[in-house]
Design a protein around this ligand. Structure first.
Ligand code: SF4
Length: 371
């Protein structure tokens, strides 16, 4: 089953060529995918695979691992084989690790044009090896490591500088007939980043990996990423996303998924429609919303649950949701699919909502909604 048709749509998706990151299509009409990056030492295979398993469970579709040393490169074959989701090797400075990652069966390799001066004379061999193994390359430009030549030309990491760096690196691969490429042009400033991706989108048809780099601690990074990705995705730009937070990678993944769900680009699972509360609230809305969210976390069917503080908007929102409560006077009217099924005292609201949610989820599963 697909997603419900939205009332209004985003701009049509930019036309990009499609490539395969193992079994995950990126670009073309493929759904926008969510990526994250492990924070473990890659050479610690058990810990890295454990973190990948956690990311997989949280809905991550592609994972990147850093490869700064030979020990990390040596760990790639096992990690690539055992990971449930495609593994991308992230490589700076050392061309030999690019070859190792391709040989190891990594699903793709990310290289940074700003840090690969030593790569330029190796592009021919890299292109040949990547082509032989069907391994795509991400050209990942980053404001913090912009090619010194372009830094001198533009004075700083402007959108034009980021785009020129990416397209220059692409041209080196294209000269050798290699076009299995996706691109990122990341900056910590969403305005620069948005403009860079807009320019890039107009100048090539490669799939684009969106990212606000070094977006900051969780709260700030979440807002910056949501604003930047939202602007671009609403214009149809972006084929895969990575939220960068100074926080555990599972959190990055959850934020990425929430951004896509908010834009109707990924099927919603649990959605809590809760009011901000105000002087009219007759129950503790924050606590109710948190408890309902916690009680239903991991729910795999798309379920909208309304938690409303009073009767002003409560019955209306609760009626629109699959399930809801409109509170008042120390009690909660419980709605299921628009009908009041019962009124319970405040201390039973959460358990009643969770019980009813489980029943609805079971019916949806029986109907095949969660397949
Ligand atoms: Fe205030 Fe009621 Fe609206 Fe909640 S639903 S914000 S309590 S008026």
């Amino acid at each position: 089953l697909g997603m419900p048709a939205p009332l209004v749509s985003l701009a049509p998706r930019r036309r990009s060529r499609q490539l395969m990151v193992r079994d995950v299509p990126v670009g073309g009409d493929a759904p926008v995918s969510v990526q994250s990056m492990t924070t473990t030492v890659t050479a610690d295979v058990d810990k890295t695979l454990q973190q990948i398993a956690e990311l997989t469970a949280s809905g991550c579709q592609i994972v990147r691992v850093a490869v700064p040393s030979q020990d990390d490169a040596d760990a790639l074959p096992v990690i690539a084989r055992k990971s449930q989701i495609p593994v991308i090797a992230d490589i700076h400075f050392q061309p030999k690790y690019v070859f190792a990652a391709i040989e190891a069966g990594c699903a793709a390799v990310r290289v940074n044009p700003g840090n690969i001066k030593k790569f330029d004379d190796k592009v021919k061999q890299i292109a040949a090896a990547a082509k032989d193994h069907g391994t795509p390359i991400r050209i990942g430009v980053n404001a913090g490591s912009l090619d010194p030549r372009l830094l001198a030309k533009y004075g700083k990491a402007t959108p034009e500088a980021l785009v020129e760096s990416a397209l220059w690196e692409c041209s080196l691969f294209e000269e050798h007939g290699f076009t299995d490429i996706k691109i990122s042009v990341k900056h910590h400033d969403p305005v620069v980043m948005i403009n860079a991706y807009r320019q890039l989108a107009g100048q090539c048809d490669y799939p684009l990996h969106l990212g606000v780099t070094e977006a900051g601690p969780e709260f700030q990074g979440t807002v910056k990423s949501a604003v930047a990705f939202g602007a671009l995705l609403a214009e149809g730009i972006g084929d895969t996303i990575r939220v960068s937070l100074s926080a555990p990678p599972v959190q990055e993944c959850k934020v990425g998924i929430q951004i896509l769900e908010s834009l109707g680009l990924r099927e919603r699972r649990l959605e809590i429609v809760s009011c901000p509360s105000c002087g009219r609230a007759q129950v503790d809305v924050y606590r109710l919303a948190e408890e309902v969210m916690a009680g239903l976390e991991g729910m795999e069917v798309p379920l909208r649950v309304a938690v409303m503080g009073c009767v002003v908007n409560g019955p209306g929102e609760a009626r629109e949701a699959d399930l809801g409560v409109a509170s008042g006077n120390g009690k909660g009217q419980i709605f299921v699919k628009g009908e009041v099924i019962r009124t319970v005292p405040e201390h039973q609201i959460v358990t009643t909502l969770i019980d009813e949610a489980m029943k609805i989820a079971e019916r949806m599963r029986d109907d095949g909604v969660a397949s």
